[in-house]
Design a protein around this ligand. Structure first.
Ligand code: ZN
Length: 471
């Protein structure tokens, strides 16, 4: 028997931050690691998400790192295009993905209806990328795995999940391949979380991989420590409330919102932020919070202690209101007193936060506070970069509100946290592939990694394939 071929090809999140899709092949078997949505301008995104550079029906499996849509959101397209294999994931990821994928199909349908209405009879009517039936098809293929319990998807392949500490259920997967007396360990990192954050455990370190695929979102930046971040949060809240304004926080519904609520709870209890109403206006955030509550096995020791000793839950406190209906959401526009509104989507490209911005941007008493990454071309990025006027729902809006931004709430490790995580791997990998980052950032991080570790670091292009045995 000859050595089984072992290759890895990067079909998404290559020199960009969304659309993770990595094609792995061992012998006759081929599978995808993650199948995320590419997010960007509507037409371009649609084209990229519909096109697979391989036949979905020929894939034997998909293995998923975590529930964010840029890692799972294109699974229903894969099902629609003929994929019939199992989808492996942790149970936390499965529970989050159920409603996130349903919500994704729902939003796509709404978006298509809106665009077709605007364009009327001109041009081709659009169709959504996928429908609810494709989502149901996808959900039926889920096979869940616990952390630290190895499983064998195929002969000669052993896989084990470790906690990535990024969002609930997030995992990195370490593959062990054996063929003809040789073996190779490959760690697919997914998104790497941060040490010392509330709720979730710190990112774990798998036994030293030969090859590491690592994200690089914040490869050129430091987030600042927890104390500084909390102080900056308290300051921005306090000065906005003092001038009688509202703080609008566009936040990812899954992960960021839960963490922010936990920290606000603490700061208000300590008297560091005035006691004003906090509204979480995102049905998805509400669902995500209920999934978090069902998975205490993912919590760090502090959160477990808090729950065990009746210290309340970090996910809800008496000042917190979850907004249900669109009517309630709109009614917030008439709420006169200072308040804090946390709403999705995180990059302001849709969701209820858009109407809060339309209503709130023109008032200099208010603050829009960014707590997450703002991708190129998004409304969030334009606001954060200081645009004086932006288009909201197709109408120009003057920006008079304060624009503030805090990187410390990121669910992604910063430059130093990623470097420290790599340096503690034992032994160090022989090769590192950087994915999930914008190219200029990746170049900075690659140079630093190479200098500090001596490891061969590559930044693959989309579609580039590597033989892992020889790497
Ligand atoms: Zn993520």
């Amino acid at each position: 028997m000859a050595l089984q071929p072992l290759t890895l090809a990067f079909h998404g999140a290559a020199r960009t931050v969304t659309g993770s899709r990595h094609l792995m092949r061992f012998g006759e078997r081929r599978w995808l690691f993650d199948c995320g949505l590419y997010q960007g301008h509507r037409d371009e995104a649609d084209r990229i998400n519909r096109a697979f550079a391989f036949a979905p029906g020929e894939l034997d499996a998909v293995i998923i790192s975590h529930a964010h849509l840029d890692h799972t959101g294109n699974l229903p397209t894969l099902s629609h295009e003929g994929f019939r294999g199992p989808i492996h994931l942790t149970s936390g990821t499965a529970d989050l993905s159920r409603f996130m994928l349903q919500d994704s199909a729902f939003l796509m349908q709404k978006d298509v209806e809106h665009v077709n209405r605007v364009h009327g009879k001109k041009g081709h009517p659009r169709t959504p990328l996928y429908k609810m039936a494709d989502v149901e098809d996808t959900l039926a293929r889920f096979v869940t795995h616990d952390y630290h319990t190895p499983w064998q998807p195929f002969d000669g392949v052993n896989v084990q999940y470790h906690d990535a500490g990024h969002i609930l259920g997030s995992a990195m997967a370490t593959f062990e391949f054996t063929s003809e007396g040789r073996s190779l360990r490959v760690c697919m990192g997914g998104d790497l979380g941060r040490p010392g954050r509330p709720i979730l455990r710190d990112p774990e370190r798998p036994p030293g991989p030969d090859v590491l695929v690592l994200e690089s979102t914040y490869g050129d930046r430091l987030h600042g420590n927890e104390r500084d971040t909390n102080a900056a949060l308290a300051e921005v809240m306090t000065r906005t409330i003092a001038r009688g304004g509202r703080v609008i926080v566009p936040a990812f519904a899954v992960g960021r919102t839960q963490e922010l609520v936990a920290v606000l709870h603490m700061l208000i209890d300590m008297g560091r932020v005035p006691d004003v109403p906090v509204f979480v206006d995102s049905p998805m955030a509400r669902n995500a919070t209920s999934v978090y509550k069902r998975h205490p096995e993912c919590f760090d020791d502090d959160t477990r202690d808090l729950l065990a000793h009746g210290g309340g839950t970090p996910f809800g406190f008496h000042r917190l209101h979850y907004i249900e209906s669109p009517e309630e959401s709109r009614a917030l526009n008439d709420f006169r007193d200072p308040c804090i509104i946390i709403s999705a989507s995180g990059m302001c490209e849709g969701g209820r936060v858009v109407h809060h911005l339309q209503h709130g941007l023109g008032d200099p008493k208010n603050t829009v506070l960014f707590v997450g990454f703002q991708g190129e071309g998004t409304l969030g990025r334009r606001l954060r970069d200081g645009a004086e006027t932006v288009n909201v729902f197709g109408e120009p809006v003057r920006v008079r509100a304060e624009i503030a931004s805090l990187d410390g709430f990121s669910a992604h490790a910063d430059q130093k946290e990623m470097l420290d995580w790599v340096l503690a791997l034992d032994p160090l990998p022989k090769r590192i592939f950087l994915v999930h980052g914008e190219l200029p950032v990746q170049k900075v991080f690659a140079a630093l990694l190479q200098e500090k570790t001596g490891v061969d670091v590559r930044i693959p292009e989309r579609g580039e394939e590597f033989d892992l045995w020889t790497s």
